[in-house]
Write a protein of this length. Structure first.
Length: 199
């Protein structure tokens, strides 16, 4: 019998859609998200308390340069509204090898490589949910994402459920007055997400 040698091709790996999940089954809520929760976008964000504590209070951030990192966790479709996404941020890490500047943060290829290594080595099935970075707040305009932030998100975090977290570091108020907001894509825009903390 002659068996034809199967051609080896590289076909895109089809990811199964995230599983359906009801919001109420995500677990008890804790209160205390350090920022306004506005539900504009198609993604609802849930963070574990350790993530809330790291981003919101306990991590010290530079008051001279922007810093950033990556978010990991679970993604679900909302069983009550399947076109919406529920992401649960279970871990946040600081990026390595960034190029930091007062008004910009640049992830280097090494930043992404070490982030992927981290995900593969320790996270098992956890998804890369997105990224965070800090803004040094000198005025109201610093509390929103810049054009460069939006470009980075759209070019790098292409899944519809991936989010960008913005940590506003006001040197006069930090960390007590620190605000953290999450944004997700809606068409060509990034709009803010509702955020809840899971106990
Ligand atoms: Zn920015």
């Amino acid at each position: 019998m002659i068996r034809a040698k199967k051609a080896f091709g590289v076909s895109p790996i089809e990811e199964p859609p995230p599983p359906l999940r009801q919001k109420s089954t995500l677990g008890p809520r804790a209160c205390g998200w350090p920022g306004a929760a506005r539900a504009e976008g198609p993604v609802d964000v849930f963070v574990r308390e350790n993530v809330r504590d790291s981003l919101g209070v306990s991590w010290g951030f530079s008051r001279e340069v922007e810093e950033g990192g990556f978010l990991f966790g679970e993604v679900h479709r909302d069983a009550d509204a399947p076109s919406r996404w529920l992401v649960v941020v279970t871990e946040v890490i600081r990026a390595e090898h960034t190029e930091e500047a007062p008004d910009a943060l640049v992830f280097s290829p090494e930043s992404f490589a070490s982030m992927r290594r981290h995900a593969e080595a320790t996270r098992g099935g956890a998804s890369i949910l997105g990224w965070f970075h800090t803004h040094l707040v000198k005025g109201p305009e610093d509390r929103g994402l810049s054009v460069a932030d939006r470009d980075l998100h759209f070019s790098t975090f292409r899944r519809p459920w991936q989010v960008a977290a913005l940590v506003c570091v006001d040197p006069a108020l930090d960390p007590e007055g620190r605000e953290v907001a999450f944004f997700a894509r809606q068409g060509d825009f990034l709009v803010s997400c509702a955020v809840e903390v899971l106990a």
